[in-house]
Unconditional design. Structure first.
Lengths: 252, 238, 219
């Protein structure tokens, strides 16, 4: 019954919390909250609460990219964040979120991976981006992607002394070249909607997730949801996402 | 524990962070931090940060796990990958599995589980930043979260670590002290009758030293109890 | 700061078992009456009790509740009553006439997704039985449901219904409150009613809440 009520409201472009269809909830971004981490950020999007930690370690490069650092992104939908999250290895939603956040950063050349090479073919810096959900009230992807970029932007490379990492000494800032902003747009009852909360997410027909670079180029996209989208839908949604990303970018 | 260093951990009666041997780090507590949970809390002891969330009492699946005359309690202690110096692989480790168990046993005696037959109380503890004494910080957070959730309790549960460095007995070990200590002894107890619900030790201590540390821990626990009480009252504006 | 009632924490000593009797939310140990909950201490002449400020719904006989039909079984319906225990509405308690369930599809009476206002008839460890054989019981059609903390229901209703009636009048809505913390609202200014109800849920323990609610509803 709740779903019916929500659907009727959205058909009239009304939302249960009074927001406009293209309005985001209150966003709070906090950086450098985890001292142990080389970079960190916490994003609160309404009641959605996500922490991203950036850690650096020494590893070996991929054989086909012998002079580039390695980027690895993971996400944990810990059961603390939602009564329906279960303990165990990441399920399809956590895995998808991690890969979407990763794609935005990787495809935009967000991190200058070449500068992370210590010894070609042998030793490189590994950058671990770990997304930890604290409370799920919908739109985890936008919150996590924003937190990831905010964490990278304020991250440092620790000092290396004789192959040992001295974490309380900073060598230099992590070389961040681009800051992709990820925006999710949903389609419901023929209307487009931004920043769906948990209840709204359950009734969406479909969503398009778009990662936008500073110059307006798109670097990653993902369609999600059970229903299809028309060509017109997709073009409109991309335009709307690019416009919306400008406002979000100011938070970084 | 067990690492060796030439560095002095106690100089002129002061520890690395200027604390006295039985002095606790700065403690910060907050409740109601996870809207989705029935009850939740965040506790900081210096740089160690733990968040606890309680879901329940709620229906337990599968049905054959249900107990006819009582609720069961499940506990999961987990460290965020970025919480430690060298990034930790996500997922349970042998250490976190053991800590989950002893944490569960530290809380169980405090709960009136018999009031909720056939159900489960799930306690989740996430360590967001680790600088020593994470399990006791988690237990302090879990106790607050359980009270916040309205789970009936015999008493709150307080916890604090204790040990020995440079032949000196100390409380509330930070990360470095934890690594180089001669002994590490965490304790959890219900303050009203001082009933100990968690007690572990590794290292080498004489029985006399153990007794002294316990006394110090029980005294320090009272301060932690006052803080827990204060933050619970504050939630409702008192 | 708003004036609040007497808040106690679990394990806090409230009084002497020789002087008072134990009421809800308390237990006795070593001759002392102690609180089980984080809640409000209530000291009547005879009893010491504690009203928890949070917690799940524990079904009690004769409670009036709002439930959601989750499954249609052969001889009755499974009902979600916002509680750790599921409830069952037997066919004989849901329908007046005699029904041969072997030949009838009883989903025509109540189907999955329906919302009902019913009464708790029996609770035996885990098994909760409901009945609709009481004048207040009915299917609730349309409208919207929200959940509040079950222990705050008395505050939402108010003395002789004063609080809930104020909300109903000022928002032009019909509201049914289940003792299990489920509230059903239908009518004109549903969002305004929801706002007021959520405020009561949040601030039930604050003295002077009635004035705040009146102010909210007058805007």
């Amino acid at each position: 019954m709740q779903i019916g009520y929500m659907y009727r409201l959205l058909e009239n472009e009304e939302r249960i919390d009074g927001r406009k269809m293209d309005e985001f909830r209150e966003i709070k971004v906090e950086t450098n909250l985890i001292e142990n981490a080389e970079g960190s950020a916490r994003v609160k999007l309404g009641k959605t609460d996500v922490i991203v930690g950036v850690k650096l370690g020494i590893g070996t490069p991929f054989s086909d990219m012998p002079n580039m650092g390695v980027l690895k992104t993971g996400a944990e939908f810990t059961p603390i964040a939602d009564p329906d999250f279960e303990s165990g290895p990441p399920g399809e939603n956590a895995t998808e979120l991690a890969r979407i956040v990763d794609r935005g950063i990787r495809e935009s050349d967000g991190i200058d991976l070449e500068k992370l090479c210590l010894k070609e073919k042998e030793k490189v810096w590994e950058v671990f981006i770990d997304v930890h959900i604290i409370n799920n009230d919908g739109n985890l992807i936008d919150a996590a992607a924003l937190a990831a970029v905010a964490a990278l932007k304020t991250a440092n490379i620790p000092k290396l002394e004789d192959d040992k990492i001295i974490r309380d000494k900073v060598e230099k800032k992590l070389p961040v070249l681009h800051e992709p902003i990820t925006v999710t747009i949903g389609k419901i009852a023929g209307k487009f909607i931004f920043d769906p909360n948990k209840e709204e997410e359950e009734v969406l027909d479909a969503k398009l997730i778009v990662a936008v670079m500073e110059d307006g180029k798109v670097c990653a996209m993902q369609k999600s949801g059970v229903h299809g989208l028309t060509e017109e839908d997709v073009e409109k949604m991309i335009d709307l996402a690019i416009k919306k990303s400008k406002g979000l970018r100011k938070l970084l | 524990m067990g690492m060796k260093t030439d560095e002095k951990l106690i100089v002129n009666g002061k520890r690395l962070d200027e604390r006295k041997p039985n002095e606790l780090r700065e403690i910060e507590m907050k409740v109601g931090v996870i809207p989705n949970a029935n009850g939740s809390a965040q506790v900081k002891f210096g740089k160690t940060v733990a968040i606890a969330g309680v879901y329940g009492p709620r229906t337990l699946f599968p049905k054959h796990r249900q107990k006819a005359d009582t609720a069961i309690i499940r506990c999961r202690y987990n460290m965020a990958p970025f919480s430690v110096d060298d990034r930790a692989s996500p997922g349970p480790s042998r250490r976190s599995t053991e800590i989950s168990k002893v944490t569960r046993l530290s809380l169980e005696p405090a709960l009136f589980l018999e009031d909720y037959p056939e159900t489960v109380v799930d306690v989740y503890i996430e360590i967001l930043q680790a600088d020593g004494s994470t399990r006791v910080t988690g237990i302090n957070a879990a106790s607050l979260a359980l009270a916040d959730a309205g789970v009936p309790m015999r008493d709150l549960v307080v916890a604090v670590s204790g040990g020995k460095i440079d032949d000196t007995i100390i409380l509330d070990l930070c990360g470095k002290e934890d690594n180089y200590s001669e002994a590490d002894m965490p304790i959890a107890f219900m303050p009203r009758k001082k009933i100990i619900t968690l007690f572990q030790m590794d290292g080498q201590l004489t029985p006399k030293e153990i007794k002294i540390i316990i006394k110090e821990q029980l005294k320090a626990g009272e301060k932690i109890y006052e803080k827990q009480k204060e933050v619970l009252n504050k939630k409702y504006g008192k | 700061m708003n004036e609040v009632r007497d808040i106690v924490v679990p394990g806090e000593v409230l009084g002497d078992a020789k002087e008072k009797r134990i009421g809800y939310g308390t237990f006795v140990e070593d001759g002392k009456i102690i609180s089980k909950f984080l809640g409000i201490k209530k000291d009547s002449n005879e009893y010491l009790s504690v009203v928890p400020l949070s917690g799940v719904y524990i079904p009690r006989m004769e409670d009036r509740i709002i439930g959601f039909i989750t499954d249609v079984e052969k001889a009755g319906w499974l009902v979600d009553i916002n509680s750790p225990w599921q409830a069952f509405l037997p066919l004989s308690e849901g329908v007046d006439e005699f029904i041969d369930f072997k030949r009838t599809d009883i989903s025509k009476f109540y189907d999955a997704g329906d919302v009902i206002y019913a009464q708790v008839a029996d609770t035996k460890r885990g098994d909760v039985q409901l009945t609709m054989r009481t004048p207040i019981a009915r299917k609730l059609k349309g409208g919207i449901t929200i959940k509040i903390t079950p222990s705050k229901v008395p505050r939402l209703i108010g003395k002789e219904g004063s609080m809930i009636n104020t909300v109903k009048e000022k928002t032009g809505t019909i509201i049914r409150v289940g003792q299990n913390g489920v509230v059903w609202i239908s009518g004109e200014k549903v969002e305004k009613a929801i706002k007021a109800i959520k405020m009561i849920d949040e601030k039930a323990h604050i003295i002077g809440l009635t004035d705040e609610i009146t102010k909210l509803l007058s805007d």
